[in-house]
Design a protein around this ligand. Structure first.
Ligand SMILES: Nc1nc2c(c(=O)[nH]1)N[C@H]1C(S)=C(S)[C@@H](COP(=O)(O)O)O[C@H]1N2
Ligand SMILES: [Mo]
Length: 425
C-alpha cells in the first residue's frame, strides 16, 4: 500500500537554497547514508587502540574536560584602558556548545573591578531603607531558606554591540555574541526576604549593591523584585563560581545583565531609582537625536546561529544541521525561522524542549548545502508577538549611536567552498 507522502522524507526543500523540513531529523531513516558515518565493509573488525589494552586512570576529586577539548575556552580580551583596573570579560564559546545550559566553567563573565575573594563566613547581606524591619543575613542563614530552582539566561546589554558599527567585524560568534549564557539558578525568591522585612507602601524601587571594589549598583523596580527575582546561591547544581558572584548574587530574569548584581551585599528599598553610574552613563541607550533612553531594562527577543558559524569548516556538499540559540527577556520563544538565502525565504526551525521563559532555547533546522554560496540568518518570534528585527530596521528605529541592546538579525555568509564569515545583509 502506498504511504502518504510526508514533508521532508525525500529531502524536499521547504525554503530557498536547500533548507529542509524541520521534521526530517525526527525520521532516522531519511538521514541514513547522507550524514557523516563512514560505510563499513562487511565483517571488518574494529582496530584495537591502546586505551582498550590497559586499565585507565584513577578518578579525580573534581573532573576536567578531556584534554582533546582544550580549545573550548572562554575568550578573554585585553584590559580596556578606559575602564577600571580588573575590568574584564570572558565570553562563552557558543560555537563549541550544544543544548541550552552553559557549563559553569564556560559561563560568560563581566567584572568591572576584578573578582573579589569572598570568605562566605564573613559575607553579609542587609535589607534596609523603606522596610518595617531591617534584616541582616549571613550566607548560612540564606542557605536555610526553602530553595527555588529556575533556568534563565543572562545577557550583558553590551553583547553584540559591534553590530551597531558600520562594518561587519570578521569574528566568531563567541567574540560577537559571547556575553550570553544560560544556567539553572537555585536560591531564595527575593519576594520571600522582602516580605519578611515588611515593605513600606512608599517603596517602589530596590537599590542593589555588589560586594566588589567596583560598587556596581543598580535600581530595580520593586514589582520586578516581587515577581521573579532570585537571591541565587547555586549555579547548575553547585555553589556559584567566584566569577559569577560567589557566595550570593541577584538573578533578575530577562533584564540587562548588569542588573544581576554579583557578590550581593545590600538591598535598600527606595521611592525612586538612585540614578547610579551604571544606569546613567552606562547601560542606558544613546539615541539618534542625542537623547538618552534610561531604564530600558528588558532584553528584547534575539537569536543567533551557532553552527555553522565563523571558524566552522564545511566538509563538502551534503546534509548539515543548522543549530542555534533563541531567547527573549519578555517571555518565551514561540517560533524560530532560518533562512539560507539572506532572508528571501524562511523555514521554521524545530525547537528543542523544554522551551522556558527567559531562558535560551535551542533550535535546529536541516539544511542540504549544495557547496555554493549561501547567506544564513535566524529570526525569532516570542510569545508577545514580537519579531526580531533586521539589522537595518533596528538601526533605522534606534540610530547607531547606541552601545547596548543590539538584537537585530546576524548574518553568516557561506562562501563557495565553505568558508563562513560575518557579513551585513
Ligand atoms: N557586583 C557586581 N555585579 C555585577 C558586575 C560587576 O562587575 N560587579 N557585572 C555586571 C554585568 S555588566 C553583567 S553583564 C553581569 C554578568 O554576570 P556574569 O558575570 O555572572 O555572567 O553581572 C553584573 N553584575
Ligand atoms: Mo554587562
Amino acid at each position: 500500500m502506498a504511504k502518504r507522502k510526508q514533508p521532508g522524507t525525500d529531502l524536499e526543500p521547504v525554503a530557498g537554497n536547500g533548507l529542509l523540513h524541520r521534521r526530517m531529523f525526527l525520521r532516522g531513516g531519511a538521514v541514513a547514508g547522507v550524514l557523516g558515518a563512514a560505510g563499513l565493509a562487511q565483517a571488518e573488525p574494529l582496530a584495537v587502540p591502546e586505551w582498550v589494552t590497559k586499565p585507565g586512570k584513577r578518578p579525580q576529586p573534581y573532573t576536567q574536560p578531556s584534554p582533546f577539548e582544550q580549545g573550548v575556552q572562554r575568550l578573554l580580551p585585553d584590559q580596556n584602558p578606559l575602564y577600571e583596573p580588573g575590568s574584564a570579560s570572558g565570553r562563552t564559546p557558543h560555537q563549541f556548545l550544544e543544548g541550552m545550559v552553559t557549563p559553569n566553567g564556560l559561563h560568560f563573565e563581566v567584572t568591572h573591578n576584578g573578582v573579589p575573594e569572598i570568605d562566605p563566613a564573613r559575607h553579609m547581606l542587609v535589607i534596609h531603607g523603606l522596610v518595617k524591619r531591617p534584616l541582616k543575613f549571613t550566607v548560612d542563614s540564606l542557605l536555610r531558606y526553602p530553595m527555588t530552582s529556575r533556568l534563565h539566561f543572562i545577557e550583558c546589554a553590551g553583547n553584540s554591540a559591534s553590530l551597531y558599527g558600520s562594518t561587519a567585524v570578521k569574528s566568531s560568534v563567541q567574540q560577537l555574541h559571547g556575553l550570553l549564557s544560560g544556567a539553572e539558578w537555585t536560591g531564595v525568591p527575593l519576594s520571600v526576604l522582602l516580605d519578611e522585612a515588611g515593605i513600606d507602601p512608599k517603596a517602589k524601587w530596590v537599590y542593589a549593591e555588589g560586594g566588589d571594589a567596583s560598587s556596581v549598583t543598580r535600581s530595580i523596580p520593586l514589582a520586578k523584585c516581587m515577581d521573579d527575582v532570585l537571591v541565587a546561591l547555586y549555579q547548575n547544581g553547585e555553589r556559584l563560581r567566584p566569577n559569577n558572584g560567589y557566595p550570593v548574587r541577584l538573578l533578575v530574569p530577562g533584564f540587562q545583565g548588569n542588573m544581576n548584581i554579583k557578590w550581593l551585599r545590600r538591598l535598600r528599598l527606595t521611592e525612586g531609582p538612585m540614578q547610579t553610574r551604571y544606569e546613567t552613563s552606562r547601560y542606558s541607550l544613546l539615541l539618534a537625536d542625542g537623547k538618552t533612553a534610561q531604564f530600558k531594562l528588558q532584553l528584547d527577543a534575539k537569536s543567533i546561529i551557532t553552527r555553522p558559524s565563523p571558524g566552522y569548516q564545511m566538509q563538502g556538499p551534503g546534509l548539515y544541521e543548522i543549530s542555534g540559540l533563541a531567547w527573549s527577556g519578555n517571555g518565551t520563544v514561540k517560533q524560530v525561522e532560518v533562512s539560507a538565502d539572506g532572508g528571501k525565504s524562511w523555514a521554521v526551525a524545530a525547537l528543542s524542549g523544554p522551551v522556558l521563559p527567559k531562558m535560551l532555547t535551542r533550535f535546529r533546522a536541516p539544511w542540504k548545502w549544495d557547496g555554493g554560496p549561501a547567506v544564513l540568518q535566524s529570526r525569532v518570534t516570542d510569545d508577545t508577538g514580537y519579531v526580531q528585527p533586521t539589522r537595518d530596521a533596528l538601526i533605522a528605529a534606534r540610530g547607531n549611536k547606541a552601545n547596548y541592546h543590539y538584537n537585530g538579525i546576524t548574518t553568516w555568509n557561506v562562501a563557495n567552498g565553505g568558508e563562513v564569515t560575518h557579513v551585513y545583509a
